[in-house]
Ligand binder design. Structure first.
Ligand SMILES: C[S@@+](CC[C@H](N)C(=O)[O-])C[C@H]1O[C@@H](n2cnc3c(N)ncnc32)[C@H](O)[C@@H]1O
Length: 197
């Protein structure tokens, strides 16, 4: 799979565009925050959040993606820290982040089960999790995202993966048009998560 992503990101164009995800742009993200973007690919969300005046780190296992992140950051006059790591191995530092972001962060079950339950402890008190991922129903839309059910998400699955200790957690299934680069294009079913520690 890592080779798949490196090949995709070796293309000149940004696969999911250079603009941040619509859901992320719609949030009131503050400034001066320590932010972690998981599976951030070519860095469009990281660069946007850094441009708001935040200290942003991305983790992704695609070296090509991280190189494009660095390029996009430079083009926008911001700095983003990139960590090349397989999220199935990542141990998140506890109470370290004000905001954790996961946009279209799709993985097999063993990676989901390793990373998502760590998020609660990794957030500082008052910290926030923001996610948008494709719902399993996305398979019937055929407008982007993984073609395998296990790489997609269900609402109940996400409820189980994210700890129930959050002060508030909202997981919403929505239908919307996604136009984010050439690979995410058209009517879609997604899950949007806003959780506060
Ligand atoms: C659909 S892309 C999303 C990219 C970015 N978040 C965005 O919205 O533009 C999924 C990303 O997950 C990364 N990824 C998948 N499995 C991973 C793993 N086990 N460890 C680290 N990154 C992974 C891929 O390299 C890819 O960049």
């Amino acid at each position: 799979m890592k080779e798949f992503w490196n090949e995709r990101y070796a293309e000149e164009a940004y696969a999911y565009g250079q603009e941040a995800n619509d859901f992320i742009k719609a949030q009131q993200i503050g400034t001066g925050l320590k932010v972690l973007c998981l599976a951030e690919g070519e860095g469009r969300n990281a660069v946007y959040i850094a441009s708001l005046g935040n200290d942003v780190t991305c983790i992704d296992y695609s070296q090509e993606g991280l190189q494009k992140t660095a390029r996009l950051a430079q083009m926008n006059g911001v700095q983003v820290t990139g960590i090349c790591e397989d999220l199935s191995q990542t141990q998140l530092q506890q109470e370290h982040w004000d905001l954790i972001v996961g946009v279209f962060a799709h993985f097999p079950a063993h990676v989901k089960e390793h990373i998502w339950p760590q998020v609660f402890a990794a957030l500082k008190p008052g910290g926030q999790l923001l996610m948008e991922v494709y719902d399993q129903e996305q398979l019937r839309f055929g407008t982007g995202g993984p073609q395998h059910l296990d790489l997609l998400y269900g609402k109940e699955e996400l409820e189980a993966l994210l700890t129930k200790q959050f002060n508030s957690i909202q997981i919403e299934k929505i239908y919307r048009d996604v136009h984010e680069g050439v690979y995410h294009n058209g009517a879609a079913a997604t899950l949007q998560v806003r959780a506060l520690k």
